[in-house]
Design a binder for this molecule. Structure first.
Ligand code: NAD
Length: 709
């Protein structure tokens, strides 16, 4: 016995997602719920049914739980999130209790991955073996939760407190090989040997009388108090706004100090508290927002993306060089084109410097850096771009310049090449009309610095072909960007909203606030940077140029004049050493500027405005609700397909606090009726012309509805 004798043996189905077979004294329970063997209700039922069948079969002397396809199990079945099935019996703790109550030895044989609930299931087994490259982890903290099926109690008992804290609090998985020396595994083998190893282990343990259960063991000795204190200090510093890491630590501490069942109870309470916490709701929202954003309603899997093997970038300035870096880092060949040798050299030098910095930081080897640089081909000649599959334009934000570039691209690019523009505000349809192939034209709006910022707004023109959209969405994944589709409008999703935010910030100055107060208030709310510090970083001249165009195109749109006055003084921001704040040479720290504050106060006087004390609450509401209001309008116009897309834009591109889930989600939490009441109040009191409540926002509020479901 205990040899693979019948490899063709068919499993019998216990449920649609669990298979069972018994051969040579071993019962094999196979998790079979693609794509990641999520532990949905049917799978949980299947495991329990398998255990019962094995218990009742005298021929069976050992049980192996194993996964089919991509791995052991990726944990909870996210298709059941928010549904009653998620918590229906048998719950995961009940399945694990059934395993621990089984008189026959259970072996979890792990290939591919055991994550979250998948690992907790394995911890309920008496023995575990794994393929060396299997990913092992408890990532619940990433959704603002903690492992809620005993993971916080059983995991420290086999890997020790330090490793458990490290893995549960960070949520980062590690390869099984890294845990080979811990009490987690009986053995770590090569992936191809896992089944035989399970059979060998079954033979070894089949006749033993008592099988070890982690619940009966204590945490390995060590300086637990010290490890726990260190983890607390780290979390206080790095994740002060999230309750989950703190609760994870408290649960691991309980594993050291409390009897097992009491620790389990503490873990269970923490799980219930966390799942109802606004922070976890926000993180789960962001998680689902990202998945939703990758889908385009009218573009299904039947639309084949085009092949993109090489990229060309026009313009080697701030954006062009950052965009090039994004593709180079993903191993794609990039041609970069400029009009003048000097500008080209500057861009290439910047790219080289950035790559060399990665070597200094130990992120890549010197050899990798050379290989990456070898992928870059600088050129001054449009004719060289004839074979490029994708050409991204990042020249000056000016119709005349862009029109000329696109006309030229139309002349040289091969048939089927995708022509993309990185424009921040200009009309993509007008740009596309410069070519004979508007279907091939798309917006790829990167954010600065383009090699670092996650967000990519993919702008769909009225003629953009479906396969072009599918290609760009797939490419975004390849270069690790978070892609969100936007329709054509001035500023697309993100910048159109930030425009309203910036306008309110300006009005606040006129009415009585100072830049430092406004920035501090929204930074306390959680924005990575207030509007004035952000202006200084991005360059106030950029907004100035946009406003000058708007004064002509939309004369009815009113602005505070303070930003123009600032620019008239040459205070463009960090790059000129002076903006809304003063900067010491070589120092990016913003210092309050007496000159600017004087300018703001004098401007109020010139307007005849009696400056008043403005509360931080009003500042935050006016800035954040201006985003919400414009977001609603963007949704109503179909520029964004869903509210969660807007949230994703703000979370990944504008430093909106993750624990608040994005502006639209935040408004849902506040209550849309309250948001509307606040805006109505502001509109009545001052700057009436600056506020018009979006009809969609008002309608949702009146009907007690939300943006996000
Ligand atoms: P930049 O001034 O740093 O770079 C523009 C580059 O284009 C310059 O190096 C210039 O020499 C080159 N150029 C001009 N005309 C050209 C032509 N006909 N052929 C080839 N090269 C030409 O500007 P930037 O900040 O990189 O912005 C470029 C584009 O990206 C703009 O459309 C801008 O709106 C957009 N954008 C900028 C940011 C940002 O934060 N800077 C963010 C997103 C998008």
């Amino acid at each position: 016995m205990f040899h693979i004798t019948d490899i063709k043996f068919r499993y019998t189905e216990l449920t649609m997602t669990t298979q069972y077979r018994s051969t040579d004294g071993i019962a094999w329970i196979e998790l079979d719920n693609p794509p990641v063997n999520g532990l949905g209700l049917a799978t949980r039922k299947g495991v329990v049914a398998g255990l019962e069948r094995a218990q009742g079969d005298d021929q069976v002397r050992a049980i192996v739980i194993i996964g089919s396809g991509r791995g052991f199990s990726g944990g909870a079945d996210i298709r059941e999130f928010g549904k009653p099935e998620a918590f229906a019996e048998p719950s995961l703790p009940a399945v694990i209790a059934a395993m621990e109550g089984c008189s026959k030895p259970i072996i979890a044989a792990i290939a591919g991955m055991a994550l979250g609930g998948g690992l907790e299931l394995a911890l309920g087994a008496h023995y575990r073996i794994a393929a060396a490259d299997a990913k092992i982890g408890l990532p619940e903290v990433n959704l603002g939760l903690l492992p809620g099926a005993g993971g916080t109690q059983r995991f420290p008992r086999c890997v020790g407190v330090e490793t458990a804290l490290q893995m549960i609090v960070s949520g980062k998985p590690v390869a099984a090989a890294k845990l080979a020396q811990t009490g987690l595994f009986e053995g770590v083998v090569e992936a191809g040997e896992l089944q035989q190893a399970a059979i060998d282990l079954a033979a070894k343990v089949a006749d033993g009388s008592a099988h070890p259960r982690l619940r009966d063991q204590s945490v390995p000795a060590g300086d637990h108090a010290q490890a726990i204190a260190a983890a607390r200090a780290m979390v206080d510093k790095t994740a002060p706004h999230f309750p989950a890491p703190k609760r994870c630590i408290a649960a691991v501490e309980a594993a050291c100090t409390l009897p097992f069942d009491e620790g389990l109870k503490l873990e269970g309470q923490a799980f219930v508290d966390l799942i109802n916490s606004p922070e976890s709701k926000a993180l789960r929202h962001a998680f689902f927002a990202e998945r939703a954003a990758s889908k385009i309603d009218d573009i299904g899997p039947e639309v084949q993306p085009r092949q993109v093997r090489s990229v060309a970038v026009i313009g080697a300035g701030t954006m062009g060089s950052g965009i090039s870096l994004s593709f180079l880092s993903a191993g794609m060949p990039v041609q970069i084109l400029e009009l003048k040798q000097e500008a080209l050299d500057r861009g290439v030098a910047h790219i080289r410097k950035t790559i060399e910095r990665s070597v200094q930081k130990g992120r890549i080897s010197a050899e990798q850096a050379e290989q990456t640089m070898a992928l870059l081909k600088p050129t001054l000649d449009y004719a060289d771009l004839a074979e490029a599959d994708l050409i991204i334009e990042a020249v000056f934000e000016d119709y005349a310049v862009k029109d000329a570039v696109f006309a030229q691209l139309d002349a040289v690019a091969k048939t089927g090449a995708i022509l993309a523009s990185n424009t921040s505000t200009l009309d993509l349809d007008r740009i596309a009309a410069q070519t004979q192939r508007p279907g091939d034209v798309v917006g790829m709006h990167f954010f600065s610095p383009a090699n670092i910022m996650k967000l990519l707004e993919v702008v769909r023109g009225k003629d953009t072909a479906k396969d072009v959209m599918a290609t760009v969405m797939a490419l975004a994944k390849q270069i690790r960007k978070t892609a969100v589709v936007s329709g054509v409008c001035d500023g697309f999703i993100g910048n159109r909203m930030i425009e309203q935010y910036g306008r309110q910030a300006g009005f606040l100055l006129d009415e009585g606030a100072l830049p430092a107060q406004v920035d501090a208030a929204v930074e306390r709310f959680g924005m990575a940077m207030g509007p004035f510090r952000m202006g200084d970083l991005a360059g106030n001249d950029i907004g100035w140029a946009i406003r000058k165009r708007r004064y002509v195109e939309q004369p009815e749109m009113i602005y505070s004049k303070t930003a123009d006055l600032l620019c008239e003084r040459g205070r463009f921001g960090q790059k000129t050493g002076a903006g809304w704040y003063d900067y010491q040479p070589g120092d990016r720290n913003a210092q309050r500027s007496a000159e600017v504050e004087q300018m703001v106060i004098e401007h109020s006087a010139a307007l005849g405005v009696q400056r008043r004390e403005i509360s931080d609450e009003e500042i935050v509401q006016r800035l954040i609700y201006s985003l919400v209001n414009e977001g609603a309008q963007i949704l109503a116009e179909g520029i964004a397909a869903r509210a969660s897309d807007i949230d994703l834009v703000y979370l990944s591109g504008y430093g909106f606090p993750l624990w608040r889930g994005g502006p639209m989600f935040h408004a849902d939490q506040v209550g849309l009726d309250e948001v509307v009441a606040a805006i109505d109040g502001f509109a009545q009191r001052y700057q009436g012309a600056a506020w018009t409540v979006s009809p969609l926002l008002r309608e949702l509020a009146e009907n007690g509805k939300r943006f996000n479901g």
